[in-house]
Write a protein that binds this ligand. Sequence first.
Ligand code: SAM
Ligand code: SF4
Length: 439
Amino acid sequence: MRVPQVFIETFGCQMNEYDTELVRTILKARGYGFTDSADTADVVLLNTCAIRENAHNKVYGHLGKLKPLKEERGLVIGVLGCMAQNLKQDLLAGDSLIDVLVGPDSYRALPDLLERAAGGRKGMVVDLSEYETYADIVPDRIEGITGWIAVMRGCDNFCTFCVVPYTRGRERSRDLIGIVREAEALAASGCKQVTLLGQNVNSYGDGSHDFADLLLAVADVRGIERVRFTSPHPKDFPDKLLEAVAGHPKICKHIHLPLQAGNDRILQLMNRTYTRTEYLALLDRIRQRCPAIVLTTDIIAGFCSETEAEFAETYDLVQGVEYHSAYIFKYSERKNTIAARKFADDVPDAIKAERVARLVELQRGISLKKNRALIGQVVEVLVEGDGKRSDQWRARTEGNIVTVFPQTPFPFSDPIKPGSLISVHITDATVTTLYAQAV
Ligand code: SAM
Ligand code: SF4
């Protein structure tokens, strides 16, 4: 009998990439095969993100493109993940192309739903769970030098702009021992770098261990050379965690610490639970204990009622802190969130866009200055694979900055390969990339 072929397309964050690996395992166990194009698939699954409007629009765009395939050969179409959770009936309504909707806590129900859909019955399971962590499912990974592990799911913080607590439910952590086993399996398959994932990763706790314990345990796994984590919330950064990052040679000296806004009224309106002063004090503490740290952040411009003077405080903070890089987003109202229910989305779109553009320009200047300051230095990089040009290696510094350098030309054999941890001499830099020579 022919094995039904599935094509999965993943949108959004690393957590969604990880979830796609879980879904592959669940479907493989029920006899499905995988293909890398919708044209050769019997089932197309879109693993979606609902965090901002453009993520959302992208999914609708892709659905539109699948329409002719569905009409031609009765393709089964499923929407998984955050958007499925958030939009429920909207997506299944009327003449919708979608046959199956599955929320992030219900992937185990997917094979049954697909079987029913093949028989013409649409269905959805979007229940949120207080317990589901998929701890017993080994993700079906494409083997490589880097891998990620979801250590906790959901979020209890209810930042007023954010849809995550509604799409991914309550916060729950896996047991430390299961995570360490997963890291050992990754190391055995040749993986050198593990990134620990969670919506609010540093609030991890399994009852006996906190996030610092977990980081140290994973960093001690033999064969793993680098450990990263994302995203931490500034409210959960005790000295013990800072000591772990600063003290363990395998934990990368890079912290992505979302700021969101630099003004106290806006921070309070966002329910971020810290003030500008507290956030800056945390950065001081981090830099004092670990001067080599590379800091990056997330910022939202144009949140409800943000004035020009309040935005100027964010601008001023970014100028003063000098992050190595930053993700800068235009506020987009999300259905069901506290902000959508209680506050007016009253900053005109043109002003939001202009604030984003100003911050991006500021940050690009800072990123370039920081990268250029590395010229002449020797730094350690982890080689991930070929660069855009096949005669170059693509690697990353401990601070996660992309670094490219020449491969040894044929007919000489190159001692470097993906997974090599080597020293390079930085010779040039742009806003996003370092250029180097192997030493
Ligand atoms: N949990 C992380 C934290 O607390 O900072 C962030 C997770 S969220 C998936 C990634 C980023 O998306 C956020 O840091 C925020 O900057 C941005 N984001 C979330 N909701 C947004 C919205 N409604 N509009 C614009 N940006 C948003
Ligand atoms: Fe969203 Fe806030 Fe939770 Fe981050 S901490 S996932 S921004 S609610």
